[in-house]
Design a protein around this ligand. Structure first.
Ligand code: SGN
Ligand code: CA
Length: 531
């Protein structure tokens, strides 16, 4: 009798355990998987879904077609490592501490991957992260050290470095596919960060795309020959295609004769030397005739500028094509494994990029092309296909959005907001202005420290440190930001209103002149420069 009672008690106990395990599993199954795709320096202008007509990216477009495309997605700080820190933490740079590419990132602080891991997710970080130290919050990591290399790249797998043979974009995709198929626990929901190095400088294409754009002649944007009137800080840039883009390093004119002498020729040589003999032979078969043709032409001035722009576009867009292929492989995998419906797929870049606007390459400025970033998202279970959202969202919002979808409480100190409500028809308040900061100066490309705000129509920017310059743009009338109207009497009211909004937003996020000074001192110390 005692025994049977005992057994009965046991079995009802184990039944309870069993019920809660089932509940747990059911909960986990209903939790969405998340694939967060980020590439490096991928301008929205180079995604066909954004309608700029430069190239064709069917797979990235598919995410938007079957889900949503955001037309006003922005970053908070247009530079690589800081952008990634914001994406992980949901906090502005001056709060998470990673204000520029130079200063260290503190992995000890909270991030959304840690939160998802705690709530039962299986997590992986694959590709470029550009943050020092072993990524925290990930069961598996296989990341590029620093900027990474296009050919035969090193990777650090769970803290151990090894070199792979081949092309970085395809290798990153292979590692992601291998994790999905062979390494994850298929009974758990997963989070995978799949982050490509491409199309970052120096835009080295994959062999199969060497010729993709060779028959096409690219026409630069209307403001390619910008004279920067009214914009003294912009005028001091060092990111001009004509003046600063290196013929040997950026544009592959590394001639055997050594007649094309450039500042970065040695770096170009190092890049070339990473390839094995077969890769070099393929590379030479493509670029040597182009080098010969270029030397024969003897271009100068405007003609040279246009030639450089055209070559830049050909290489840049070719590297994008390999990124698009990887996205295609991933979407196919989801289809084949019945994962499409319950997986959130996001495509974005760590910031925007100049493709000849203002005569530039690179990013950093709060002007539209580098401030804005592509954001496309698919989640068939909840998002209606073909949605277009034009509300102001930022990379600050990814962390809370993912936590929201995963049913995890959003920590109070996260500064971003979940944009889930913009997608499921809920009405309600949304922000009317976004805040921006940039710190990496003095530094490469010579972009002054600045901060500012943008509303739907206007943008106010303050450049500080060794300049004290204000700029105001009316984006409805001047979408290319050629006309700084800060001192125009007709914009007096707008100017006042934007200043008030800026003060309010700085207070809301906890930013201040003291913060700016503190980060400047940290930066100067790190660079061993005088305060
Ligand atoms: C490198 C590039 C720069 C680029 C920064 C930051 N120079 O230093 O052109 O602005 O990275 O890029 S290179 O000679 O090394 O190519 S970021 O995307 O990592 O922020
Ligand atoms: Ca970048």
């Amino acid at each position: 009798m005692r025994n049977s009672i005992f057994i009965g008690a046991l079995s009802s106990l184990s039944l309870t355990a069993c019920v809660s395990a089932n509940k747990q599993e059911a909960q986990n199954v209903s939790k969405p998987n998340i694939i967060f795709i980020m590439s490096d320096d991928h301008a929205y202008q180079a995604i066909s879904a954004y309608g700029c007509g430069l190239n064709n990216t069917p797979n990235i477009d598919r995410i938007g077609k079957e889900g949503v495309i955001f037309t006003k997605g922005f970053v908070t700080n247009s530079i690589c490592a800081p952008s990634r820190a914001v994406m992980l933490t949901g906090k502005h740079s001056f709060v998470n501490g990673k204000v520029d590419n130079l200063l260290p990132f503190d992995w000890e602080q909270d991030n959304f991957a840690k939160q998802l891991q705690k709530s039962g997710y299986q997590t992986a970080m694959i590709g470029k992260i550009h943050l020092n130290g072993l990524p925290q919050g990930f069961d598996y990591s296989n990341v590029l050290p620093g900027q990474g290399q296009y050919y035969n790249p090193d990777f650090i797998e769970n803290g151990i470095k090894k070199q792979y043979h081949g092309y970085c974009t395809s290798i990153t995709t292979d590692i992601a596919m291998d994790w999905l198929e062979n390494k994850r626990d298929k009974n758990k929901p997963f989070l995978m960060l799949y982050h490509q190095k491409a199309p970052h400088r120096t835009w080295m294409p994959e062999k199969k795309y060497f010729d993709l754009f060779e028959d096409k002649q690219f026409t630069p944007p209307a403001n390619f020959f910008d004279k920067y009137e009214n914009r003294p800080v912009a005028a001091k840039h060092e990111m001009g295609i004509y003046k600063h883009m290196d013929l040997a390093y950026d544009l592959k004119m590394l001639d055997d004769e050594g007649e094309i002498k450039t500042r970065l020729r040695k770096n170009a040589q190092r890049m070339y030397e990473r390839m094995d003999s077969t890769q070099k032979a393929d590379w030479d078969a493509h670029y040597k005739p182009l080098i010969a043709e270029f030397k024969a032409k003897g271009l100068k001035g405007k003609e040279l500028a246009l030639w450089k722009y055209d070559r830049y576009m050909k290489d840049y867009l070719s590297t994008v094509q390999s990124v698009d292929d990887g996205v295609g492989e991933l979407l196919d995998y989801l289809d084949k494994n019945n994962l499409t419906e319950n997986t959130i797929v996001v495509y974005t870049s760590d910031q925007g990029f100049y493709l000849g606007e203002h005569g530039w390459f690179d990013k950093r400025f709060m002007y539209e092309e580098s401030f804005r970033t592509p954001i496309l998202m698919r989640y068939p279970k909840e998002i209606k296909a073909g949605a277009v959202v034009d509300k102001l969202i930022q990379n600050l919002d990814f962390a809370p959005t993912f936590l929201d979808y995963a049913g995890v409480d959003i920590p109070k100190d996260i500064q971003g907001e979940s944009f889930r409500k913009l997608l499921n028809g809920e009405s309600g308040e949304w922000r009317d202005a976004i805040y921006y900061t940039y710190y990496e100066y003095p530094g490469e490309h010579n972009v002054q420290r600045h901060y500012g705000i943008r509303t739907d129509r206007y943008k106010l920017i303050h450049f500080y440190y060794d300049s004290d310059t204000w700029e105001l743009y009316d984006l409805d009338k001047d979408p290319s930001e050629m006309n700084n109207v800060y001192d125009e009497p007709s914009y007096k009211e707008v100017q006042k209103d934007m200043h008030e909004k800026l003060v309010a937003l700085r207070a809301k996020y906890g930013d201040s002149d003291e913060n700016d000074q503190k980060h400047l001192n940290r930066f100067l110390d790190a660079k061993h420069l005088k305060h």
